[in-house]
Design a binder for this molecule. Structure first.
Ligand SMILES: NC(=O)C1=CN([C@@H]2O[C@H](COP(=O)(O)OP(=O)(O)OC[C@H]3O[C@@H](n4cnc5c(N)ncnc54)[C@H](O)[C@@H]3O)[C@@H](O)[C@H]2O)C=CC1
Ligand SMILES: O=C(O)[C@@H](O)C(=O)[C@H](O)[C@@H](O)CO
Length: 340
């Protein structure tokens, strides 16, 4: 299925694509280490951008899993205006990590979120990857400084943390480790931007980076409110998608509260509402744990709320809505990044 694009959006897609070409010309082959949820999504985006992909993963059924996953996201890639005919022509599989990275121009690692395993994987990648290859980890929270302790050249490793699914959600948090070189950071920024992503380079390395820390803070209160019986999961999700979701899709928390302060802007907001937030709301926030009772409640309500469809069906529904929103905001590659 290919998406219908208007002449103007096709023209802007061409202009955006041509701007990306010089950068992506240096990336003919990517090694995807770990072909799970994130690895498949990165693989689909890389392939749709004309980069050959070799997937390395010890699972015996990885080829079937990855090919099925790519088939599932092909409509979303087409919906973004990306070419998907013969998408898997440049796809290959190589269980041996050293062989997989030997001719890679970029290595995107998506292995399990376990520090010792990532250290082991990166020691092996560094030994076998070409000296020019861009080396990035998708880790959700582990600082590159912690992973690179076993590397001979820690200057080469950078966090390129995507938001699930990477083929759709624009953000990539680029988080340099203490010894990551500025050249590596700039190469990563240019690479992800050329893919049509929205890279943000963090100024300081903190565990969990920024987006996940924000998401974790909000999710902790979500868990608290459901565990306390204030709302169900379905009700909480509807509250978020009919308030914070659409609001923060067009303006972040600070812009939102600056406008909430009216003519007085953020200074007025802080005096008028911020201090009350500090003295009454913040101390009242929950401190839940994933104890057995809480987990049982969360799982039971997730089954009630989301159990009717398969994960694949729910993901396809998510992708369709996400693309419609991104297109409305001028965030799709074929809109040429027209967002203000
Ligand atoms: N799932 C999510 O929402 C997001 C996850 N991430 C990060 O991406 C990374 C991957 O996460 P997921 O794709 O969700 O995990 P996943 O569990 O879906 O996939 C991990 C894959 O790594 C493979 N693997 C295990 N040992 C390996 C090895 N030695 N070499 C190569 N592959 C190996 C597994 O077979 C599996 O296919 C993690 O670091 C995670 O924190 C980042 C953003 C979002
Ligand atoms: O939410 C996302 O897609 C990412 O920010 C993640 O890293 C994962 O969801 C998970 O690790 C949240 O901590």
């Amino acid at each position: 299925m290919t998406s219908a694009t208007s002449p103007t959006s096709a023209a802007s897609a061409t202009s955006a694509a041509s701007a990306a070409e010089p950068v992506l010309d240096s990336y003919r082959r990517a090694a995807i280490i770990g072909g799970g949820v994130i690895g498949v999504s990165w693989a689909g985006l890389f392939l749709a951008r004309g980069i050959d992909v070799v997937v390395s993963d010890p699972r015996e059924d990885i080829e079937d899993l990855v090919r099925a996953g790519l088939a599932g996201i092909t409509p979303a890639l087409a919906g973004l205006g990306l070419p998907t005919g013969n998408l898997t022509e440049g796809l290959s599989f190589e269980a041996d990590l050293a062989t997989a990275v030997a001719e890679a121009d970029v290595v995107q690692e998506n292995g399990p979120e376990r520090l010792e395993l990532k250290r082991e994987i990166w020691r092996a990648i560094e030994e076998a990857a070409p000296a020019h290859a861009l080396l990035a980890t998708s880790t959700s929270s582990i600082p590159a400084s912690a992973i690179a302790t076993a590397m001979r050249q820690p200057a080469r490793l950078v966090v390129g943390h995507p938001f699930n699914p990477p083929h759709l959600v624009p953000l990539v948090e680029i988080v340099p480790g203490e010894r990551t070189s500025e050249a590596t950071v700039e190469r990563a920024r240019a690479f992800y931007a050329a893919l049509g992503k929205k890279p943000q380079v963090l100024r300081k390395e903190v565990p969990g980076f920024v987006a996940n820390r924000l998401q974790s803070a909000l999710f902790r209160e979500c868990v608290h409110l459901v565990a306390e019986g204030v709302v169900t999961e379905r009700e909480l999700d509807e509250i978020v998608t009919s308030s914070l979701g659409p609001r923060w899709a067009v303006g972040g928390p600070f812009r939102t509260f600056h406008l909430g302060g009216g003519p007085g802007g953020l200074p007025h907001f802080i005096e008028h509402l911020g201090r009350a937030m500090e003295t009454t709301m913040w101390p009242a926030l929950g401190d839940p744990t994933f104890d057995d009772a809480t987990v049982a409640t969360l799982v039971e309500q997730a089954n009630e709320a989301f159990g009717t469809g398969t994960v694949e069906e729910l993901a396809a529904e998510r992708d369709r809505a996400q693309i419609a929103l991104m297109r409305a905001l001028g965030e799709t590659p074929d809109s040429g990044g027209t967002r203000a």
